[in-house]
Design a protein around this ligand. Structure first.
Ligand code: PMV
Length: 303
């Protein structure tokens, strides 16, 4: 059985597409997969009730195209039936598609008794990810394949961020579907129209990431919470928040969160709230559920 992690971006989404750093942590929820020899290459995904045959659906929906593209990275088409179990919301900003891609690559490798480096797994799964959004920074695929809290910069090796204390996060799902491709294009459109404004926002986000890393390493979670609030405000200035996400972040702060922000592409999807301990996490979860949102807590991996 192979496994790939979901992820949360603590600071730096969108700017990361343009080469700025971002801090993200993998979470314990993700995608698991197995592969059995078969006459035809196929992928079944539960709980979505999906079954894709590589030889008949390559031109169809994105999932089928992504699967076909991934199989093309092998010298000969691997004939396996891959079964995947998805444990994170799709289109929610938690890196579901990348985790699926990494889990499928790992399941195929395991079944073919092939071993390769994490970097190679990430590279293969990026081919899958490109189908879903044309210009992925690679942060989702990298975190899906790695356990921990990391600083990611496009094209550079992942750097471990050594948290002084574990981080308690509450994840709230707005239930509004979010398209990473659409949100990344929206930011590209704004950048083309008003380069200097958007670049200033990216520079400000970059500074938050640098400071955030220090806050995490020093265990200063109050500071980190403030940086997350500021990051959210900057993402909002890029028109990536929604009234639902605003309402959720406000509710989380009101319930005692140290900071709250949208996570991932925005335009819907999930938000995260940083809390001091598991007791406040329960309170924040309750506030989010009172808004009819799915909410759960995660702890980033201890150093
Ligand atoms: O919404 P997600 O989980 O795919 O996160 C996207 C993160 C972005 O920075 C918006 C895009 C990217 O490729 O880095």
């Amino acid at each position: 059985m192979s496994f790939a992690h979901g992820k949360v971006i603590l600071l730096g989404e969108h700017a990361v597409v343009y080469g700025h750093p971002a801090i993200a942590g993998s979470i314990e929820r993700g995608v698991s997969a197995t592969a059995q020899p078969a006459e035809r290459a196929s992928l079944s995904i539960s709980p979505w009730n999906k079954e894709i045959f590589a030889d008949e659906s390559a031109a169809a929906e994105p999932l089928a195209r992504a699967f076909a593209r991934l199989l093309q990275t092998y010298d000969t088409t691997p004939l396996f039936r891959v079964s995947a179990e998805v444990g994170i919301p799709a289109g929610g900003g938690l890196g579901c598609s990348a985790a699926l891609g990494v889990a499928v690559v790992r399941a195929l490798d395991e079944a073919r008794k092939q071993t390769r480096s994490t970097e190679d797994v990430i590279a293969a799964s990026l081919e899958w990810e490109k189908v879903f959004h044309g210009n992925p920074s690679g942060i989702d695929s990298a975190l899906a394949a790695t356990r921990g809290l990391c600083l990611f910069r496009r094209g550079a090796p992942l750097e471990n961020v050594r948290a002084r204390k574990p981080l308690y996060l509450v994840i709230g799902n707005s239930g509004e579907p979010s398209s990473t491709a659409a949100m990344v294009s929206e930011v590209a459109r704004q950048l083309a129209r008003d380069k200097s404004r958007v670049e200033k926002i990216f520079d400000a986000i970059s500074a938050l990431v640098t400071n955030g890393r220090m806050s995490i390493e020093h265990g200063d979670h109050k500071d980190l919470g403030k940086l997350m609030d500021l990051n959210h405000a900057l993402l909002n200035a890029l028109m990536l928040s929604t009234s639902r996400l605003e309402e959720m972040c406000a509710a989380a702060r009101h319930a005692g969160a140290l900071g709250a922000k949208l996570t991932g592409a925005g335009g819907g999807g999930c938000m995260i709230a940083l809390v001091e301990d598991s007791e406040i996490a329960v309170r924040v979860e309750g506030e989010l559920r009172a808004l009819s949102c799915e909410a759960f807590s995660v702890q980033t991996y201890a150093p």
